[in-house]
Design a protein around this ligand. Structure first.
Ligand code: PLP
Length: 417
């Protein structure tokens, strides 16, 4: 059987899709991996071939090449096809970072005198971009509390709201959005819907299946998976993604061949990594929930989580990030983190190494304690993004550090009220 005849498309499993999704059997030079084509331009055999290419490019047709590297490279195309298959989307477009993806989307699609509705625990830089740069171009943003669908609907301005945007699960409380309701609100009001599912990955959640228009990821996190590459991606319908690819050719934010190669290599293990992280995170979350020195645990796979029901309905796994509050305050929580031997203290998530942070420091350092309180960030809050280490070791490590946490002594007032 020839490679052409083996061109099967739809695999059902996410590990199979992670390895083979969208990939041709024959990749050039009989290489099993997509060759890195380190070239800034591409050549044409003769003028007739150039004209044939330009005809397709200008008047429409399936292109299997480009003429210049700002429009793409084979590693980028391979990643885009792979991610589209994982998402169940018609097409995907890859960028050099998650922020590059979301800012390009808004700048490409929005016009002045339009409006965005966004939920309050969206990624801070995305919110900042909307409230500063987009505002400068006459695009307004309303921010509504996550989980309040009445407020979300009330914030929509007829004929003006072009985007409804939320993340799921969110940072740091892992709130889960009801995608059916959001898709319905979008359709009813002729607004496009955009979901950032960086924390879920398509292994656990595929928003396109719920009628969402655009899905974005910081591919720096689980897709890359090794804390060694930055990238972003947006998936959606063919014509919309084509518009974004055309804009990328103007903006010039193409990811270089070597970065794209690393991203493709990372994605090959996405399925097995995420399933492993789902399993260990659930075990660790259950351990933490039963620990007397842990005050609260936020994990959508626990029944105590406010969005447990919707998470269970929508997601096939609950992800690798857990947030929790340790008995004590800012400093004792820092000391608890410092005693841990597995996770590194760092922002980010989704790589093979576990990463831990205290949101009061990492994302909200510029706020006063009062402002942090208002933003709902307690000083003893910890966000642990598990790597692929074994759950038993992660739990033993947490145990040795928690054993040294001193319980705050109960005051007379607390005992008598
Ligand atoms: C990290 C992150 C981003 C930004 O992505 P970069 O790749 O760092 O530019 C956006 N959204 C979420 C949810 C993230 O975690």
């Amino acid at each position: 059987m020839s490679n052409e005849e083996k061109k099967k498309t739809e695999f059902s499993g996410h590990s199979t899709k992670s390895v083979h999704g969208g990939a041709p059997r024959e990749k050039g030079f009989h290489s099993i991996t997509t060759p890195i084509v380190q070239s800034s331009t591409y050549t044409f055999e003769n003028t007739a071939k150039l004209v044939e290419f330009l005809d397709k490019k200008v008047y429409g047709g399936e292109l299997d090449r480009e003429e210049y590297a700002r429009y793409g490279n084979p590693s980028v195309w391979a990643v885009e096809k792979r991610i589209a298959e994982l998402e169940g989307a018609e097409d995907s477009v890859v960028y050099p970072s998650g922020m590059s993806a979301v800012t390009s989307l808004f700048l490409t699609v929005l016009k002045p005198d339009t409006h965005i509705v966004m939920t309050d625990d969206c990624y801070r830089r995305t919110r900042q971009f909307c409230l500063t740069t987009l505002k400068k171009f006459g695009i307004e943003t309303s921010i509504v509390p996550m989980g309040d669908y009445d407020a979300l609907e009330a914030a929509i301005i007829p004929k003006k709201t072009r985007f409804i945007f939320t993340e799921t699960p969110t940072n740091p409380y892992l709130r889960v959005a009801d995608l059916e309701r959001i898709a319905e609100l979008g359709k009813k009001n002729r607004a496009m819907t955009l979901i950032d599912t960086t924390f879920a990955t398509p292994v656990n959640l595929r928003p396109i299946e719920y009628g969402i228009d655009f899905v974005m990821h910081s591919a720096t996190k689980y897709f890359g998976g090794h804390n060694d590459v930055m990238a972003g991606v947006i998936s959606g319908s063919k014509p919309r993604i084509k518009a974004l690819k055309d804009a990328r050719g103007m903006f010039g934010n193409i990811i270089d061949p070597h970065q794209a190669f690393l991203l493709e290599r990372g994605i090959k293990t996405l399925g097995i990594r995420v399933k492993h992280q789902n399993d260990s995170a659930l075990k660790v979350a259950q351990y933490l929930e039963n620990h007397p020195k842990i005050e609260r645990v936020f994990y959508p796979g626990l029944q105590s989580h406010p969005d447990y029901d919707i998470a269970k309905k929508q997601m096939s796994g609950f992800g690798g990030v857990i947030s929790f509050e340790v008995a004590g305050g800012l400093e004792s929580t820092g000391a608890f983190i410092d005693r841990l031997q597995i996770p590194y203290i760092a922002p980010s998530l989704g790589g093979v190494e576990g990463l831990i942070e205290q949101p009061a420091y990492v994302s909200y350092y510029d706020l006063t304690p009062e402002e942090r309180k208002e933003a709902g960030i307690n000083e003893n809050l910890v966000r642990y993004a598990l790597g692929i280490e074994d759950a038993e070791d992660i739990i033993a490590d947490l145990e040795q550090s928690l054993s040294l946490v001193e319980m705050p002594s109960t005051t007379i007032e607390e005992l008598t009220t």
